[in-house]
Design a protein around this ligand. Structure first.
Ligand SMILES: *[C@@H]1O[C@H](CO)[C@@H](O)[C@H](O)[C@H]1NC(C)=O
Ligand SMILES: [Mg+2]
Length: 280
């Protein structure tokens, strides 16, 4: 049987690795064997990678039922898993720990560090036409105070409750995005804020952005009140209008793929993490 051969080969390679690496390095990497029950996943297929780190997001925290929550999150962040309405109930604790612990912030930092390095390397034309498009929710502003009270996405979206939260204009900045925003202003790249929030939230949104320290943006573009159009179509249409008006979109950042897909996307796109909800 091919899989048994593969398993035998893997075990042999593992034995060789452990024999060769018996020094300090091998002891620091703490590994454990899975239990017998964990060794068989769907359809009787044996696990190829039998060793899991004891610590970190790949550990027991993520392993529930069929798909470990970190694998679920990977599928979400790569836009492989789409059109989901709520996070899996079994992943509430995992997503909560991800969002409230350091992991969400360090993932955001990795994206922002790259965005800043890219922006600093740009040659600007000197006519002040370069802009950078920012999404709002889970990009410039963090709605974590709301989602922490509502199961981190395990509860279905409640328009009434979320609207009340938006109208409160109390969302904090996502600090990493704020760092990019400030750097772009200093470089002479103008922020354009483009959101799926509708026009009736303009005043509260502008107030919230100001309170969170976002000043000096070129435009704040919201969705018209009564237009029924999906995010990709609306946002790519607005980016097209920007280009038609002579702006050069050097960068585009959002937490949803629907912030980034659809021509013109912008010269480079940056995807922030968001395992709490999906907007198509
Ligand atoms: C939204 O939340 C309110 C307050 O808890 C509740 O009364 C209402 O039924 C909820 N709406 C939906 C669609 O779940
Ligand atoms: Mg968003």
């Amino acid at each position: 049987m091919a899989s048994a051969k593969l398993l035998a080969a893997f075990l042999a390679a593992l034995a060789a690795l452990l024999a060769a690496g018996g020094g300090a390095g091998a002891r620091e990497l703490r590994l454990e064997m899975p239990s017998a029950a964990e060794m068989i996943v769907d359809d009787g297929m044996p696990l190829i990678h039998m060793l899991r780190p004891l610590l970190g997001s790949g550990g027991r925290l993520g392993l529930r039922a069929r798909v470990p929550c970190d694998s679920w999150r990977f599928a979400v962040e790569t836009n492989s898993l789409r059109d989901w309405r709520t996070i899996p109930a079994r992943c509430e604790r995992y997503v909560g720990n991800y969002m409230m612990g350091g992991h969400y912030r360090s993932d955001s930092r990795a994206v922002i560090d790259e965005a800043i390095a890219y922006a600093e390397g740009l040659q600007l034309a000197g006519e002040g036409k370069e802009v950078w498009v920012f999404d709002i929710d889970e990009t410039t502003l963090s709605n974590l105070p709301y989602y922490a009270k509502h199961g981190f996405g395990v509860e279905p979206y409640n328009r009434t409750l979320f609207t009340a939260y938006v109208m409160d204009a109390s969302a904090p900045a996502l600090p990493e995005t704020k760092r990019l925003y400030d750097r772009l202003l200093a470089l002479g790249i103008k922020p354009v804020i483009l959101t799926g929030r509708r026009e009736d939230k303009r005043e509260a949104t502008a107030k919230n952005l100001a309170a969170a320290g976002y000043a000096g943006y070129e435009k704040l573009l919201l969705k018209p009140q009564d237009v029924r159009v999906h995010a990709v179509e609306f946002k790519s249409g607005e980016r097209k209008k920007l280009e038609d008006a002579g702006y050069v979109i050097v960068g585009n950042i959002g937490d949803q793929w629907s912030d980034l897909l659809g021509a013109p996307e912008g010269a480079r796109t940056f995807k922030l993490p968001d395992p709490m909800y999906y907007i198509g």
